[in-house]
Design a protein around this ligand. Structure first.
Ligand code: G3P
Length: 222
């Protein structure tokens, strides 16, 4: 069985930018090596290349556009994140929603470059729709719990169970993450026991004064 993925989205938090992004990546790399659990990090674009250069953990973009390189302004192409060293990208995060056509274009672009695609969704219906595009992962995050400190694993385990079933009914090979309010190893264990392949989280790690301690707790029950 492959290791669950703990994917830490640094968002645009000040505590996850610049030197702090390096510090969190360093902590993630140490805990990943100690535990054998795969820990990925999704920094802002400015930090993407330096983190890919300095660390061996998988580094993801927070968003990618499906457009080809060329005469586009202010877009982030799959070519650009690949050249920066990214392992893949989030797509359609709750804080960066896209149209269905844009989501498909981003997934196809990532697939063409053999990068990992993680489509975010907000409920079991959109999770099933996302699965129809056959990304590597669908990440279900109830928006009302994002950044709340209240864990989806405890507040709404039903949505996790239903989303795993909905995704696998469409495409059994698509892996499922869940997120929103994930803080502890217990939250991660519940999510994995409910059939997910890991978690997507942000504030619990990014805003902590001791990210390494939080990460050690997150992997402690796997
Ligand atoms: O991308 C992860 C995110 O939306 C969840 O945020 O702060 O609730 O862990 P948070």
């Amino acid at each position: 069985m492959t290791s669950p993925l703990i994917l830490v989205n640094l968002k645009t938090y000040r505590e996850g930018t610049g030197n702090r992004a390096h510090m969190i990546a360093q902590a993630a790399q140490i805990v990943a090596q100690e535990s054998g659990v795969t820990i990925g990090i999704a920094p802002g674009y400015i930090d993407l290349h330096p983190l890919c250069h300095h660390f061996s953990i998988p580094v993801y973009a927070q968003h990618v556009d499906g457009c080809e390189p060329g005469a586009n302004t202010g877009h982030i192409t799959v070519d650009a994140i690949k050249a920066a060293g990214a392992a893949g990208s989030l797509i359609n995060h709750s804080e960066r929603r896209l149209t269905l056509a844009e989501i498909e274009a981003s997934v196809r672009g990532l697939q063409a470059h053999k990068l990992i695609s993680v489509i975010c969704s907000n409920n079991e219906t959109t999770s099933a729709g996302a699965a129809a595009l056959v990304p590597d992962y669908v990440a279900i995050e109830p928006p009302e719990l994002i950044g709340s400190g209240v864990s989806v694993s405890k507040a709404n385990p039903e949505i996790i169970k239903k989303s795993v079933a909905a995704v696998h009914a469409v495409s059994p090979k698509v892996k499922v993450l869940t997120g929103a309010g994930i803080q502890t190893g217990e939250c991660v264990k519940i999510a994995v026991d409910l059939g997910t392949d890991g978690v997507l989280l942000a504030s619990g790690v990014v805003k902590s004064k001791e990210p390494a301690a939080v990460l050690r707790d997150l992997v402690s029950k796997l």
